[in-house]
Design a protein around this ligand. Structure first.
Ligand code: AMP
Ligand code: MG
Length: 424
């Protein structure tokens, strides 16, 4: 795992891989080695803890359920009073409601009317569903064929006192928040949120609200990055657009690194632009530049600036989203203190459209996964796959992942699809 003494550049140089063609999996592995998660702990009321990462195990302070209780509406009986063949007639001694237990002790030959969730009356060991009993005044008739202990929920069968209910490193969803509430716990220890600063680079970029001159475009990356970060529960620091001016870029890097755990930029890492950024980052920290063997999203910079982790994403809007999803997402999860997660679900389905693909890079084409009238799933590509066509991300619900060595794909072939899990 991570060796803090090992420098990012040294490790990168020691790798056998060509930085001009870094395999996707190798880059992921490399980045993972250098990630140091946040450790500051906050105490929050559970209502405010949705999406936050547990910093300590949640230990159950009680048995859940706290008493043996009925799983059905019916009658609590002694199994010994039932007959192996034929009917048993029992006297109804009282009623047990959820929250209002039966007081007293029923005797042999008696039963207690019981509702779901009610505490099991003393002396009774079996529940007979009301559908299997025939009541007549203060008596009930029960047939044969029952099992001792049936339809009972036992004290502590869900959780025992002192047992770990939820583990550190888990991000809290409504289900976990509910479970914590069921233990009577109102406050949890969570890690502080990861603070992420980001900016766009490019002389051609204009912000929303200004007029476009010739050759200028609106900055969209800052909005997709903002959205993905918010969905991941990060605290965001939007630093706007920075022109391609070495002094301005250097100042922006310094401010970002001083104010955040992670710095994300888009643009300025492609051939031609990377050189001056590279020279600057060599002074400010330790950064490696790779051309990842993937499409879209070839250039990527990764490293440290001061104490901050740095991801320099490509400029093209689709490349930004794909590299974020395939590299940054994982890294941010780890930095947030989350336990390693399995990759987003992927599986193989027929692709109804032929796909253009040259061997040499892993491709993440955008796909639409649909189910036909008889229930079979298939995928189709979302038209043009240019790395500037953001509409392809809007239309897609999955990535079609084509491995490095793959060439063109004939229509009808099986391909691997990976569901987009909601952050994009
Ligand atoms: P670069 O990596 O800076 O050479 O940018 C590659 C392409 O992405 C160019 O066509 C840029 O105009 C475009 N691009 C860069 N940054 C952004 C941005 N923030 N929003 C939209 N397009 C961008
Ligand atoms: Mg640029």
């Amino acid at each position: 795992m991570s060796d803090p003494a090992q420098s990012i550049r040294t490790a990168s140089c020691a790798d056998d891989y060509d930085p001009n063609s870094m395999p996707v999996a190798k880059a992921r592995e490399f980045i993972a080695r250098f990630l140091s998660p946040v450790s500051t702990i906050e105490h929050l009321h559970i209502r405010s803890a949705l999406g936050r990462v547990l910093a300590e195990d949640v230990v159950s302070p009680l048995d859940v359920p706290s008493h043996d209780n009925s799983a059905m509406d019916g009658y609590a009986v002694r199994f010994a009073d039932l007959k192996a063949a034929g009917d048993a007639k029992l006297k109804i001694a009282g009623t047990a409601f959820a929250g209002v237990p039966f007081q007293g002790k029923a005797k042999s030959g008696e039963c207690v009317r019981i509702m779901t969730g009610a505490v099991m009356p003393q002396g009774m060991d079996t529940i007979v569903m009301q559908e299997h009993a025939k009541a007549d005044g203060d008596h009930v008739t029960v047939g044969s064929g029952h099992k001792s202990g049936q339809h009972l929920r036992f004290a502590g069968e869900d959780l025992k006192t002192g047992q770990v209910a939820l583990k550190r490193g888990l991000a809290l969803r409504p289900s976990e928040i509910g479970l914590i509430a069921s233990l009577g716990i109102g406050e949890v220890s969570v890690y502080r949120r990861l603070r992420v600063a980001f900016f766009s680079t490019g002389d051609e970029l204009r912000s929303i609200g200004s007029q476009l001159g010739e050759g200028q475009i609106y900055d969209s990356n800052r909005y997709t990055i903002h959205g993905m970060l918010v969905r991941m529960g990060c605290e965001v620091v939007d630093m706007g657009v920075v022109r391609d001016d070495p002094q301005l870029i250097e100042a922006a890097f310094k401010t970002a690194a001083a104010n955040a755990d992670v710095v994300i930029t888009s643009g300025g890492v492609s051939v031609g632009e990377a050189d001056f950024v590279k020279a600057m980052l060599d002074r400010l920290g330790e950064v490696v530049f790779w051309k990842i063997a993937m499409k879209p999203g070839r250039p990527l910079a990764y490293g440290r600036i001061g104490d901050a982790h740095f991801f320099g994403l490509p400029g093209n809007p689709v490349s930004v989203m794909v590299t974020f999803y395939q590299f940054v997402r994982d890294a941010l999860l780890k930095l947030s203190g989350r336990d390693p997660l399995p990759p987003p679900p992927s599986f193989r389905v027929p692709c109804t459209t032929p796909l253009k693909k040259a061997p040499g890079r892993t491709e993440f084409q955008r796909g639409v996964l649909t189910q036909d009238a008889v229930g079979n799933w298939s995928v189709a590509v979302t038209g043009e796959q240019g790395s500037g066509i953001l509409r392809s991300m809007c239309e897609a619900n999955c990535f079609i992942i084509l491995p490095t060595d793959q060439g063109n794909v004939a229509g009808g072939s099986l391909v691997e699809v990976q569901l987009m899990d909601g952050i994009v």
